[in-house]
Design a protein around this ligand. Structure first.
Ligand code: MN
Ligand code: MN
Length: 415
């Protein structure tokens, strides 16, 4: 398709939704998609975009290029940021990139850092003020920490395993064989930055040698081999067996009784319907975590039902597939945006939203909350657990329509 054709061809859903693709194509009419496809006079050129355009980005963002007619003309702030636009900090041993409130101003309560470590590559020993929730996306890594009693924790993590390091708990991450790891870190502070953490190397370089020497019980001579600058990520040898590392690190104090890691794929699915499935992990099953997650899989056509979260804002990460989300905000504002693998989305606390699979493969995404507990309120559950006469009067519907409204909270609806 040439650029002109691509930019003039509005929403695929507009065409599919109203079932008039043939007619629309025949007369060159460009409908606005969604529920209220606007009819246009043949020859009307209103919905063309003949000027300069980035056709690749437009194609990925069809609901921004030609919004559904139900979107408001005064918009809520942008709630999407692709990791593709985040600058990688590259090192021998891996890289990192981040999406914070600086990249996406709406994301005040959570920030994301995407990191890659080679086999043996280390995210150096460090800590920070924000709590760190993480999910492994590829490969395997060994994580280490000590708890508030000084007791050691060492574990190996694989794809979709989680970890959580509370504020101030020191830790490290190291890629394992055969090809290291890639993971997503989510911090419970939108202002977080990976460049603002307390690093072992950097701390040591900023202490008077006579104090450090006395504190560590080693000679000032020995301090001379310490790095002068931060390491952040560096390459070293792949670690030995997990058991050996656990034993040596525990020493006389013993291992920490706290489990800072969680095996997501070992838990039973929280909810499964014909539309897909959801795994919910919060402090009720992952005790140390004060960050909650729902991992959602939507089959083609599936819909994460209309809902909102009364207790926290939602930080999203799209792992696979394509989808779209409409967020309805206060003041009669609404906006629809499109998402695909690698994108971050954000929904402010209490705002109504859905996520729809618009691709032909499974859509997999995360809903992450800076809250110990996952909570969501389903629109249909609200409507069907309110006196029906009241709802009928609001929506101007008859009893038969009222009775037909979905009563069970399905979470994910089939296509
Ligand atoms: Mn960290
Ligand atoms: Mn949600």
């Amino acid at each position: 398709m040439d650029n002109e054709g691509k930019r003039d061809s509005v929403s695929r859903r507009g065409f599919l939704g109203v079932g008039s693709a043939g007619l629309a194509a025949a007369v060159g009419v460009l409908s606005a998609g969604g529920a209220a496809a606007q009819s246009q006079t043949p020859g009307d050129r209103s919905r063309t975009d003949p000027g300069p355009a980035n056709s690749g980005l437009d194609a990925q963002n069809a609901d921004s290029a030609w919004p559904p007619a139900t979107d408001s003309k005064s918009l809520i702030p942008v709630f999407k940021y692709p990791f593709s636009l985040a600058n990688k900090r590259t090192y021998t041993g891996g890289w990192s990139r981040e999406v914070t409130v600086r990249e996406m101003p709406v994301s005040k309560s959570l920030a994301g850092v995407n990191m890659r470590l080679t086999a043996g590559g280390v995210r150096e020993l460090h800590w920070h003020t924000a709590g760190e929730w993480a999910i492994m996306l590829y490969g395997a890594a060994r994580i280490t920490a000590i708890d508030a009693d000084g007791k050691s924790f060492v574990a190996d993590t694989k794809k979709y395993d989680l970890w959580f390091f509370p504020s101030g708990i020191p830790h490290s991450i190291q890629g394992l064989e055969p090809d290291g790891a890639e993971f997503m870190l989510v911090f419970d502070d939108g202002n977080f930055s990976e460049s603002e953490t307390v690093l072992l190397s950097d701390s040591m370089a900023h202490l008077p040698p006579e104090v450090l020497s006395r504190n560590l019980g080693i000679t000032e001579q020995a301090l001379r081999s310490f790095p002068r600058q931060e390491l952040f990520i560096f390459q070293t040898a792949v670690p030995g067996s997990l058991e050996a590392d656990q034993r040596v690190a525990a020493g006389a104090l013993g291992k920490s009784p706290h489990d800072f890691a969680f095996k997501t794929m070992d838990m039973p699915v929280t909810k499964r319907t014909k539309g897909g499935e959801v795994r919910i992990v919060d402090s009720s099953n992952f005790k140390v975590s004060t960050t909650a997650m729902a991992m959602v899989t939507l089959h083609p056509g599936g819909l994460r039902e209309l809902h909102w979260h009364p207790n926290a804002s939602e930080w999203q990460y799209y792992i696979a597939g394509k989808g779209r989300m409409t967020v309805v905000a206060t003041g009669n504002k609404a906006r629809t945006m499109d998402f695909q693998a690698g994108d971050v989305g954000y929904v402010e606390k209490t705002l109504l939203h859905y996520v729809e699979n618009t691709g032909d493969t499974d859509l997999v995404f995360l809903e992450v909350f800076a809250s110990s507990i996952f909570q969501d309120i389903s629109l249909t559950e609200w409507l069907t657990h309110t006196p029906p006469e009241l709802v009928m009067a609001h929506l101007n519907i008859d009893r038969a329509t009222m009775d037909a409204i979905q009563k069970e909270k399905l979470v994910v609806l089939p296509g």
